[in-house]
Structure formats: C-alpha cells, structure tokens
Design a binder for this molecule. Structure first.
Ligand SMILES: Nc1nc2c(c(=O)[nH]1)N[C@H]1C(S)=C(S)[C@@H](COP(=O)(O)O)O[C@H]1N2
Ligand SMILES: [Mo]
Length: 302
C-alpha cells in the first residue's frame, strides 16, 4: 500500500513566498491557545494566503472536538467521552455485496496495512486543523466484501448507545449519526478509515476505535465510532441532511465559493494560528479529487 510521507501533504505551501512563510510561522508561535468557538465564525472577504500547513498540536486535536453524541461543547467532549467502551468492537460490512462480513476491530488493525496520512480537516463552522492520522484505505476493505454492480453508495452508521452517549437521548437529531459517500468517493485513495492520531491509538473524542477521514469534504462527513458500513443503491440521507437540508447537502465538498446560508466559507481559522486563512477548493485536494465531480453542478450539489 502506498505510504504518503508527511512532507508531501502540503503542495500549496510551495506557492507562497519565503516572506509569507516567515509571517505564518511567527503567527503560529504567537498563538498556541485554542480559542472557544460558538457555531459559525463569520468572516469578511479577505486576500489572506492559504499559508503553510503545520501539524496541529496533539493537545488541540484531542481537546477541541465535535461529537454531538456526547456534548455540543467542543472543549467538554474529551471528558464526556473518557469512559466510552471501545473494546470489544465490531463493524458490520454488508448490503449489496457478495461477501458480507463482520470484522472485529483487532482484525481490521491486523488485516489492513496501517499507514500515516497527514490530512487537513476543515469543519463547516469555519475552523481547521492538520491531523496526522494512522489508518487504512476504505477501498481495501470494500474490495474484500466485493460490492455488486447494484451498489452505488456507501452508508455509514455510528454506534447507538444512549446509556454511554447522553446526546443520543436528545430528540433534536435523528440518531444514530449517519453519513454517506458515493461509491467512487469511497473507493478513492484519499478516503481513510482512521484508527490512530500521532501514532497513538485513536481516543474516544476523535471517534475511537474507527472513524472516517475524507479530507476534501467538510468535517461532518468524517463520521466517528462506526459500527456499520452498508453498500446501497440509493443516496443515503445523513443526520445533517435530516436536521437542516438547506444548510447541509450530501456532497459537502469544501468550497470557498458556496457560502453556508448563515456564513461565508471563503476563509477559515486554523487552530493554533492567529487570524484567518483562505479556504481552498476541495480543501486543497482538487488535483486529486476534482475529476470525480466533472459532471456535477457543485453549487446545486453542496
Ligand atoms: N458520530 C459523529 N461523527 C462526527 C461528528 C459527530 O458529532 N458525531 N462530528 C463531525 C464534525 S462536525 C467534525 S468537524 C469532525 C470533528 O472531528 P474531530 O473532533 O476528531 O476533530 O467529526 C465529525 N464526525
Ligand atoms: Mo464540523
């Protein structure tokens, strides 16, 4: 399996001058604290550069989270999830496949080569991080169960465990958390099943023991604590599509040109940096994934 070294993840950095690099580096040193965010982060149009990518500190990655099953307070997820049971854990891979199979998490870790992938994560709320994941490609797992020709989409489900996840008792959302990808998106080499962060086993707040990482889409597509992966014929309806269909579509590709109905998506706040930086089309992965959408109206299919 192809291993992408951390040094190759940041192509856009090459486009910026040394002066801008130094400015960016100084800003990073100047603001190590994680600022509290409340929902959207309205931004003005700006000519900020996208800037260089530096890996977000581990402490920020594990202490500033979205995981509504536990709490909507990002800085409280770590504590609220600290006793979450992630072992034993099984993942059912089924639906329109020739060889449905239920995997124990330890078998997924053994059978599929674990590799490091450093990905940007861009939340739809307007903040971002750079996360060194460990994980394996979803394509390898899907090939093993042999999708039939009728399979067009992949539907993912988070565990339903209201006794451990207080947020699931709220009827404001339709639980369990569901997400979906088109089959070709799911088979794309960038699409990762993440099992670790910074070389350590993934913690509950980040979606232990197994979560999706789809770096060119808004963070909510990267569903956590997955127990079911189903190959289906029809486009799945996600939790967020149910909650607010005008705000969250199925595709959710990062797109600075399509504002959220309540805020701009042109810029983002990189956790650990002062100020804002420009948001890139497909979160900077256009070279790899834009071809998947050549026949799609990206404004209609937000
Ligand atoms: N099951 C589940 N998955 C989820 C979420 C959630 O609330 N529940 N939040 C999503 C959102 S909005 C984001 S931005 C990312 C955040 O991932 P992180 O906390 O590991 O940075 O997880 C996504 N996956
Ligand atoms: Mo998000």
């Amino acid at each position: 399996m192809k291993k992408i070294p951390s040094s190759e993840i940041t192509p856009e950095a090459l486009f910026y001058s040394r002066r801008q690099f130094i400015k960016g580096a100084a800003a990073l040193v100047g603001s190590a604290t994680v600022l509290a965010a409340c929902g959207s982060e309205t931004s003005e149009t700006s000519d900020l550069p996208a800037g260089v990518d530096v890996q977000t500190p581990y402490e920020s990655i594990i202490n500033y989270n979205n995981f509504y099953e536990f709490t909507t307070n990002k800085e409280a997820v770590a504590d609220a999830s600290k006793n979450f049971t992630t072992n034993p854990w099984t993942v059912e891979v089924s639906g329109l496949v020739n060889k449905p199979q239920t995997f124990a998490i330890e078998d997924l870790l053994k059978q599929f080569t674990q590799e490091e992938r450093v990905y940007r994560l861009r939340c739809v709320e307007g903040w971002s991080m750079v996360i060194p994941w460990t994980g394996f490609s979803l394509a390898g797992l899907l090939k093993q169960v042999e999708p039939t020709s009728a399979a067009k989409y992949v539907r993912f489900e988070t565990v339903m465990r209201p006794e451990e996840m207080p947020g699931q008792s709220s009827s404001y959302y339709t639980w369990p958390y569901v997400e979906g990808l088109r089959l070709d998106e799911a088979m794309h080499d960038l699409t990762l099943m993440a099992t670790g962060v910074y070389g350590k086993p993934i913690l509950p707040q980040n979606g232990a023991p197994l979560r999706l990482a789809v770096p060119w889409k808004y963070g909510f597509k990267s569903i956590k604590s997955i127990v079911k992966i189903e190959l289906v014929a029809e486009q799945p309806t996600s939790l967020w599509m149910n909650a607010a269909p005008d705000e969250y579509g199925f595709y959710a590709n990062v797109n600075p040109d399509v504002p959220h109905p309540r805020w701009s998506q042109a810029t983002e706040r990189r956790i650990g940096e002062a100020g804002r930086r420009r948001t890139l089309a497909f979160n900077g992965y256009a070279d790899e994934v834009a071809a998947l959408y050549k026949d799609l109206d990206l404004k209609a299919n937000y």
